[in-house]
Design a protein around this ligand. Structure first.
Ligand SMILES: Cc1cc2nc3c(=O)[nH]c(=O)nc-3n(C[C@H](O)[C@H](O)[C@H](O)COP(=O)(O)OP(=O)(O)OC[C@H]3O[C@@H](n4cnc5c(N)ncnc54)[C@H](O)[C@@H]3O)c2cc1C
Length: 413
C-alpha cells in the first residue's frame, strides 16, 4: 500500500474521526488545531447519533413558517439585526434547497450518508473499544396534540420509505411507559429505537483522540491561515511558519470556508449558533433522548445529568453569545418536565457549520485535488462523523466509496 503524510486541519469530531480512518490504512497523520481537541462544536453538543434524522431542514413550506418563528422572542429561530443582511444570500440558497425536487434529492443523499454512518459508527465503537461511552436508549419525538402529530405524519412516511424503524404513540400513558414525568400536553410521539447517544460528546472525542495518539498519530497546536497545492505537495501557512504535506483534509468546522477561500473556492458555509445548559446528575430521571421539535430543542442525558439545548441563531462567527436563548430553552424544559431541577447548570454556545441544503461538503477541492474538504455537517456532525471519515479515507485512497459521494461535492453550488 502506498502511504502518505497527511495533515488534518481541525481536532473536532470530523477531523479526529477522519484522522483515525486514514491512520488505519497506514498513513502518517498529523492533526493541527489552533486551540486543541474539542475546541469547537464537537465537545458541547447534545450527544445524539440521530440516524433517523434524514429530513433536511429546508423542507417545502419552511419559508412560510420562518417569519412566525422569528417574531416569537422565545421561538427556535433568531437572526440578530446586525447579521440580517449578511445571512441573506445563504437564506436565498436555503429557500432554493426547499424546492420539492431539491429537497427529495437532499433527503436521498442524507439517507445514504446516515446508513453508512450508522454502520461506520459500529465499526468505530468496536475499533476503539468505546461501548462504555454509548447509551442505546432510542429517542422520543414529542407532539403537543393531535394536529401537530397529524402534520408530522408525512415525515414518518418518508422515514418508513427509507427503512427507518419507529413506533407511533397516541396517548400520554403510552409515552409515559417510555419516559415518565412529561407534561400531559404531549399526547402523541414517535419513538425511534435505533437512535443512540454518547454519554458525553467531549469524552467520546477525547477517547478517539487518545486512541489516535496511542497508535502513533500527532496532534499539534497551530492555526492554519492558507493552503496552496504545489505539484504533489500541499503547502500550509500557519501562525508558526510553513509546513507541507502530501495531502490535507480541511475539517475546521464553521471556519472551513476561510481556508477554502485561500484555494479560490467560495463555499456557502454559515453558522447556526446553538445553545444549551447542562444540569448536574439528579436533575431528572431521563430514560431516553427527548426531542421537542415544535420548540426547536432537545433534552439528553450527559454524564448522568441533563443537557437542555438547541435553538438556531443565524448570527455569524463574531457576535458575542446571547445566553438568554439558553435560559428560554431551560424555562420551556421546566414547563414540559415538571420535575426538572434547573439549578446548578452550565451554559454553552456552539457554532454548527451549516450548508444551505443541510448536506455536508465531502470531496476534493475543485482546484487542488490533494486537499479534501470535510465540513458543513450542521446539526448532524457527531452523527455523520464516522461515515464521513470512511468517505474521506476512500477519497484519499481513490478507492470506490461505499456511497455515491457526488451529492456532497463542493462543486454542487
Ligand atoms: C447546541 C448544539 C447541539 C448539537 N447537537 C448535536 C447532536 O446531538 N448530534 C449531532 O450529530 N450533532 C450535533 N450538533 C452539531 C455538531 O456539534 C457539529 O456538526 C459538529 O461538532 C461539527 O464538527 P466539526 O469537527 O466539523 O467542527 P468543530 O467541532 O467545530 O471543530 C472544528 C475545529 O477546527 C479548529 N479550527 C478552526 N479553524 C482553524 C484553523 N484555521 N486552523 C486550525 N484549526 C482550526 C477549531 O479550533 C475546532 O477545534 C450540535 C451542535 C450544537 C451547536
Amino acid at each position: 500500500m502506498t502511504t502518505s503524510e497527511i495533515t488534518v486541519i481541525g481536532a473536532g469530531i470530523i477531523g479526529i474521526s477522519s484522522a483515525l480512518a486514514l491512520q488505519s490504512c497506514g498513513h502518517a497523520v498529523t492533526v493541527l488545531d489552533r486551540e486543541g481537541v474539542g475546541a469547537g462544536a464537537s465537545s458541547g453538543n447534545a450527544g445524539a447519533f440521530a440516524f433517523t434524522d434524514i429530513v433536511p431542514l429546508a423542507t417545502p413550506g419552511i419559508m412560510r413558517e420562518a417569519p412566525k418563528w422569528l417574531l416569537d422572542p422565545s421561538g427556535p429561530l433568531s437572526v440578530p439585526p446586525a447579521y440580517a443582511l449578511k445571512i441573506a444570500p445563504w437564506m436565498l440558497r436555503f429557500w432554493r434547497a426547499s424546492w420539492r425536487d431539491r429537497y427529495a434529492r437532499s433527503m436521498a443523499a442524507q439517507s445514504s450518508l446516515m446508513a453508512l454512518s450508522r454502520a461506520a459508527l459500529e465499526r468505530q465503537v468496536k475499533g476503539v473499544d468505546g461501548e462504555a461511552l454509548m447509551q442505546r436508549e432510542g429517542q422520543l419525538q414529542l407532539y403537543e396534540g393531535e394536529a401537530e402529530f397529524r402534520a408530522s405524519l408525512p415525515t414518518w412516511q418518508l422515514r418508513e420509505a427509507h427503512g427507518i424503524r419507529f413506533e407511533l404513540l397516541q396517548s400520554p400513558e403510552a409515552i409515559a411507559e417510555i419516559q415518565p414525568g412529561l407534561d400531559r400536553r404531549f399526547t402523541h410521539a414517535g419513538f425511534t429505537p435505533d437512535w443512540l447517544n454518547t454519554c458525553d460528546p467531549a469524552a467520546w472525542l477525547r477517547h478517539l483522540a487518545d486512541r489516535f495518539v496511542a497508535l502513533g498519530g500527532r496532534i499539534e497546536q497551530a492555526e492554519v491561515t492558507a493552503l496552496a497545492q504545489e505539484g504533489a505537495r500541499v503547502r500550509l501557512t500557519t501562525g508558526s511558519g510553513a509546513r507541507a504535506a502530501d495531502r490535507v483534509v480541511v475539517a475546521a468546522g464553521a471556519w472551513s470556508h476561510h481556508l477554502a477561500r485561500t484555494l479560490g473556492d467560495r463555499l456557502p458555509l454559515e453558522t447556526e449558533r446553538g445553545y444549551n445548559t447542562t444540569l448536574p446528575a439528579g436533575a431528572f430521571d431521563l430514560r431516553t433522548h427527548l426531542t421537542f421539535g415544535g420548540h426547536g430543542f432537545v433534552v439528553s442525558r450527559i454524564n448522568g445529568g441533563v443537557r437542555v439545548g438547541g435553538a438556531v441563531e443565524l448570527g455569524g462567527l463574531r457576535l458575542p453569545p446571547n445566553y438568554k436563548r439558553a435560559r428560554v430553552l431551560l424555562d420551556k424544559a421546566a414547563e414540559f418536565l415538571p420535575g426538572l431541577k434547573t439549578s446548578g447548570g452550565t451554559r454553552w454556545m456552539g457554532f454548527r457549520p451549516s450548508m444551505p441544503d443541510s448536506l455536508p461538503v465531502i470531496g476534493a477541492a475543485p482546484r487542488a485535488d490533494r486537499v479534501i474538504y470535510a465540513f458543513g455537517h450542521g446539526h448532524l456532525g457527531l452523527t455523520q462523523a464516522a461515515g464521513t471519515a470512511e468517505l474521506v479515507r476512500d477519497l484519499v485512497r481513490r478507492g470506490i466509496p461505499e456511497i455515491n459521494p457526488a451529492p456532497f461535492a463542493p462543486t454542487r453550488f
